[in-house]
Design a protein around this ligand. Sequence first.
Ligand code: AHR
Length: 509
Amino acid sequence: MRRSVLSLITAGVVITGLTIAANPSQAATTGPCDIYATGGTPCVAAHSTTRALYGSFSGSLYQVRRASDNATTNVGVLSAGGVANSATQDTFCAGTSCVITVIYDQSGKGNHLTQAPPGGFSGPASGGYDNLADANAAPISVGGHRAYGVLVAPGTGYRNNSTNGIAKGDAAEGMYAIFDGTRYNGGCCFDYGNAETNSRDNGNGTMEALYFGNSKGWGYGAGSGPWIMADLENGLFSGVNAGYNAGDPTISNRFITAVLKGEPNHWSIRGGNAQSGSLSTYYNGVRPNVSGYNPMKKEGAIILGIGGDNSVSAQGTFYEGVMTSGYPTDATENSVQANITAAAYATTTTATPLVSGRAVSLRATTGCCVTRYLTHSGSTVNTTAITASSSATDKANASWYVRPGLANSSCFSFESRNTSGQYLRHYSYQLQLAANDGTSLFASDATFCSSAGKSGQGYSLASSNYSTRFIRHYNNAVYIASNGGTNTWDATAQWAEDSSWGIDGAWTP
Ligand code: AHR
């Protein structure tokens, strides 16, 4: 069969002023930390529960613990450089609740975030520790795949007081984080960044962390908030003044990119919509015009969701964030913002039961055939009537694991529930079951992209390499069929119905 090469989504862009232009030389698997490294300011901490922050990262993003038996598991990525494999969490946490116990550092520096200990203030959990975040409380999607953020309710906090490679003293650093711009409060302090290593207030300049919220207790900006500010200890700063700075705007997009960087007597706040557009600079200048912040006395701990002294009154939601060694250029940060918008954060997954890792059955919706399911018998694929009293073999033959598309992780492949390693593929336009032979042709032939059902019912599944052809049953055999064409199975009559499938829970879960 003819093979078509799928073009990769271009993640890279170059921003000049407010104009974004595609940069085709940047690979789709480039992550924010690859961009920082190229800019000469490498990540020394990289935290995310939603996606890999390096193009090559294929390790664990975070760990969850379930209430039913206190067991833990790690959540990884769907593919190197890709999105979280949230099905791991869904399966592990089914029927119970889970908390996020570790947010792993992807930088290789070992700067993982765990339950914050007591400090100047105590948290509500045992021993004065802070609470851990409910792992299921902040579902979103990234690139069309479900993922979970870290929902910080008041009392929740993560910390690492013994870090490696994080800026100390007046050394230069940068950082960004993606937050939910609609979930905040005025409590102290929803922070991500550099803080004291003893969890106490060690005086002005001993912190340099991003803050997001509408506190007016220290600094504040234009409008009624929320604002991105810098928590420099004993002060949330929106610019050079300790109080009001007109240049720091209210920002409340659903997903915001918050950026902070500092070097000797120079720092900057930047921000933007994490779903589209470019970053704006809200402050760029000298250290605050009050004493104690020049030079800085950064200590190099990392906090998430709390103040430097473990103040635990704030709330917010975190999706990803990094800290760098060195002061990143605006151009580097602009490229990171482009990478973030290309990652496609969204509030909901596409309304599809096609979730990687789930087992499903594909039911015909045409009036003739509503009891028939897409099944295999050996390598032959057809539709077969399946009922509750069907044999276990028939039920398993009609059950499929949803996998990330072998040729395109935004689409899907279907692995046989009872014949591991064998997938639905088309061959001479007819579907069959075959072992993955590792070729790119196999990957393309075995990848299908979902959309709303052509008849208005269920879902339609387009061939990834023949995108006008959809999985269709015809005389109980199954093909990739176009709506009209030279093959008998391309017949226009009932094409829409025959190519619309109900996606049910699997006959054999
Ligand atoms: O700087 C604001 C807050 O003040 C810090 O986060 C905290 O350590 C102190 O209470």
